[in-house]
Design a protein around this ligand. Sequence first.
Ligand SMILES: Cc1cc2nc3c(=O)[nH]c(=O)nc-3n(C[C@H](O)[C@H](O)[C@H](O)COP(=O)(O)OP(=O)(O)OC[C@H]3O[C@@H](n4cnc5c(N)ncnc54)[C@H](O)[C@@H]3O)c2cc1C
Length: 321
Amino acid sequence: MDRNVKYLIIGAGISGLTFANYADGDYLIIEKEKGVGGYCRTIKKKDYVWDYAGHFFHFSTDEFKKKFLDSVNPEDIKYKDKNTKIIYKGELVDYPFQTNIHQLEKEEFIDCLYDLFHKEEKEDYDSFLDMLYGKFGKSIVEKFLKPYNEKLYAVDLKTLDKDAMGRFFPYADIPAIIDNMKANKDSTSYNNSFLYPRNGAGSFIQILYDALDSSKILMEHEVVKIDNEHKVAQLDDGSKINYEYLINTSPLNHFLGYFEGEKFSALKNRLSYNKVLVFNLGFNKKSKFTEEHWMYIPDKAVNFYRIGFYDNILDADKLSM
Ligand SMILES: Cc1cc2nc3c(=O)[nH]c(=O)nc-3n(C[C@H](O)[C@H](O)[C@H](O)COP(=O)(O)OP(=O)(O)OC[C@H]3O[C@@H](n4cnc5c(N)ncnc54)[C@H](O)[C@@H]3O)c2cc1C
């Protein structure tokens, strides 16, 4: 059966659900999975709560934060001062690396400090890697920033824009780095303290979902084709939806594949992307790490780049990684 709708939304992840919450009611969400939430889904098994990956919410306005917090039981929210480490040559160093170089062995510390003072800053940078060298000097870059970010992004950092990480990159100048040696108060992060729902990131998804009309969310249906000219989307069961506005939240490399024509396949071929594989592990006792929330692993001999400890965030008595 064909349908007409003002806003056709591909995907019921946090973006699609949020958009629908603010749309004027004439919307339809198509979601290919059985449940809503996308990457912000939560899995509960026995005593364990896992998200598809730990999701830390950084509300951009107080109004938005209040909307969420007013809808959950205050006891179901954990507030934490961030405790994050880097596993560097078998030792734990506080994150971010650049403001904690004083925690390294003396020789390494001197190398970092020397290069930091002799770095060659530029007016403008050609790439993310160029910016890192210019702002932090050779040693900080080559000991941590380069190997870690190469693991994270899985691309040559010269191909990334200098502002690729935006506000998520902990910039620090020499005074901030020197000050941190004495005060150990990181002022460079966007998330020095954070909150986490006891029942996982899915609690926030539930709030967005509950505010919607569930008959306007078509679960287990997939958009497979889009006729951009006539504004028609085709689903996997052959049905067609006429839309006025199309809101896409599916990955761009998939999205471009829904259109016919040379232009779209050429665009698709120009995209580069990586994938993240997340393992959730539960153990029947605590680990020796009882305070840390997550850790960064720059060592390329280790094929994962981060580990998180849900048990230390949720104050649970069994290790949940
Ligand atoms: C490991 C990891 C950790 C992260 N940590 C954080 C964090 O701490 N804080 C933070 O703010 N962000 C974090 N992010 C980013 C965050 O997960 C995403 O920005 C956010 O979840 C994207 O939501 P979305 O709704 O745009 O997309 P998605 O969550 O990808 O949702 C898209 C939805 O569309 C559906 N879909 C796809 N194609 C179709 C189709 N053809 N037809 C119908 N449905 C379709 C999918 O099934 C899915 O439900 C992290 C991401 C990863 C991978």
